[in-house]
Design a protein around this ligand. Structure first.
Ligand SMILES: *Cc1c(COP(=O)(O)O)cnc(C)c1O
Length: 356
């Protein structure tokens, strides 16, 4: 039986992508070779990489002033690689403190330079997004997390500032159209909304590079990756391939306009159901609700356990909240069918009726 997959990451992928990736493990594009057996400097893999880079640029509407890299080490490595490349030891970068992931990014940046917290929502346990930013004029950049995967909040506009904007888009990349030209650097682990675990997308506007004095180990230096045409060392070939297939699926299914429309349909269905059930209570400010990760609670741990057991029986996985915040979380990434959200809403209704 196919599960209803509400996992927060790694998470659901399109069925077509899984089928094609499975084929490619046996026979990639009729080469008689597995995708796992081809060299990364072959024309076979270069075609995969170039198609992925092309899809990223066209979905984001970016020109030749941007470079698209697939890097190792997850979004977590970007927490350090960004300041290592862009923040001088005596300089300051502004960071938004809106959740667990942004907080980790702040800690890493402090290892390289000064951090000014532009805004924090820690006063209310990150159950809202503090949008009143105080950004020092001389900041090297502003860093923020577009979607707070754990807490279930999402920015619905791009912060307005003169300084270069850098965003961790790990959990909502390609869920909606945005003015991507407003960003100087964007990164996202592939395993939430654009592929399998093992690779991280980093999109860089070239003019922000080369402005600091620190010596950078080549594998951490964005410029070295760009000079090497994104093949500085062996990339995770299979993960890049799955990401390319996922991007192709987005393009062939109406692009970002269609992704946003579907995301809104799923989120409306779920949040309307939550609002209609007195038993289930969303934990975040209404205006900051995430289209991707909905976080909510039941009145007691006992009821939560009973409900989670029911979810399991119904083939619904990934409903338990992050260990740091507890409660329940439903993740609704691009590949999640509306029917899975409907099944979940029906289960909530049954549960509420039983406990009314
Ligand atoms: C999952 C996640 C990360 C961490 O990604 P890794 O690939 O595990 O390093 C960072 N930021 C956000 C917003 C995330 O959702």
């Amino acid at each position: 039986m196919k599960m209803h997959n509400f996992n927060s990451g790694p998470s659901i992928l399109p069925q077509e992508v899984l089928a094609e990736a499975a084929n490619a493990i046996h026979n990639f594009n009729n080469t008689g070779l597995s995708i796992l057996e081809i060299g990364h400097r072959t024309s076979y893999f270069e075609a995969v990489l170039h198609e992925a880079q092309q899809h990223v640029k066209s979905l984001m509407g970016l020109g030749n002033d941007y470079e698209v890299l697939y890097l190792h080490g997850g979004a977590t490595t970007q927490f350090m690689q960004v300041p290592m490349n862009l923040l001088d030891a005596n300089a300051t970068a502004a960071y938004c403190d809106n959740g667990i992931w942004g907080n980790k990014a702040i800690k890493e940046a402090k290892l390289f330079g000064n951090v000014a917290v532009a805004a924090s929502s820690a006063d209310k346990n990150h159950t809202y997004i503090n949008k009143q930013l105080n950004i020092p004029a001389n900041s090297a950049y502003l860093h923020y997390t577009t979607n707070n995967t754990v807490e279930g909040t999402q920015w619905h506009h791009i912060p307005d500032t003169e300084v270069p904007v850098i965003a961790d888009m790990s959990s909502d990349i390609f869920c909606r159209p945005m003015d991507f030209n407003r960003f100087s650097l964007i990164y996202a682990g592939a395993q939430k909304n654009m592929g399998a675990a093992g690779v991280t997308l980093t999109v860089i506007k070239k003019d922000i590079l080369g402005k600091i004095s620190r010596a950078i180990p080549p594998i951490m230096d964005y410029r070295k990756h760009i000079e090497a045409d994104a093949l500085l060392n062996t990339p995770p070939v299979f993960a890049v391939y799955v990401s390319m297939l996922t991007l192709r699926w987005i393009v062939n299914n109406g692009g970002l306009v269609a992704m946003e429309q579907k995301a809104k349909e799923r989120a409306d269905l779920l949040y309307n159901a939550l609002d209609a059930q007195p038993l289930f209570t969303p934990t975040v400010a209404r205006e900051d609700r995430s289209l991707m990760n909905a976080v909510f609670v039941l009145p007691t741990p006992e009821l939560e356990k009973e409900f989670l057991d029911l979810c399991k029986q119904q083939g619904m996985v990934g409903v338990k909240g992050h260990r740091s915040v507890g409660g329940l979380r439903v993740s609704m990434y691009n590949a999640l069918p509306l029917s899975s959200v409907q099944a979940f809403c029906d289960l909530m209704t049954d549960f509420s009726n039983k406990h009314a």
